[in-house]
Design a protein around this ligand. Sequence first.
Ligand SMILES: CC(C)(COP(=O)(O)OP(=O)(O)OC[C@H]1O[C@@H](n2cnc3c(N)ncnc32)[C@H](O)[C@@H]1OP(=O)(O)O)[C@@H](O)C(=O)NCCC(=O)NCCS
Length: 136
Amino acid sequence: MKIEYRLGNDIDPAAAAELYRATTLGERRPVDDLDRMAAMLRNANLVVTAWDGDLLAGIARSMSDFAFATYLSDLAVRESHQRQGIGVELMRITQREGGQAKIILLAAPQAGDYYPRVGFTRHESAWMIGPEERIG
Ligand SMILES: CC(C)(COP(=O)(O)OP(=O)(O)OC[C@H]1O[C@@H](n2cnc3c(N)ncnc32)[C@H](O)[C@@H]1OP(=O)(O)O)[C@@H](O)C(=O)NCCC(=O)NCCS
């Protein structure tokens, strides 16, 4: 299988939603809200995709300052294409493009064993707050 990797966020939101649905990430992303999916793509400034011909096979969608921090929000590889090194390659390109930035992410429950295996270190001090929660 020849996989081509591309940089850039010019991706059809419906195609991205279809890819997310083809992985367990589809349960945890707003795949039925294409306006929100479009905003997620439009405002991400470091997007790497993997293509099997015309088929979107994988995505690493990040926000980066290209100097200190890259937040890798979504990593997804189509189930039919998993365990062929595509996830690692998407993250390698993300790391390369980020320059000196470190990659930060929140692992999905199913991927908890994946990140240590491919070189990530667990951080005990991650914190988050949802848009529906009040600060202060
Ligand atoms: C997690 C995910 C991105 C991995 O992508 P992938 O292309 O299948 O992974 P790779 O082929 O790059 O795997 C690299 C290594 O990790 C292993 N691996 C893959 N998925 C794994 C998992 N869930 N748990 C533990 N190890 C895993 C592979 O076997 C491979 O090991 P090897 O080199 O010894 O063969 C993919 O399974 C996926 O999209 N999952 C659903 C969505 C998800 O959970 N995304 C993460 C959100 S934070």
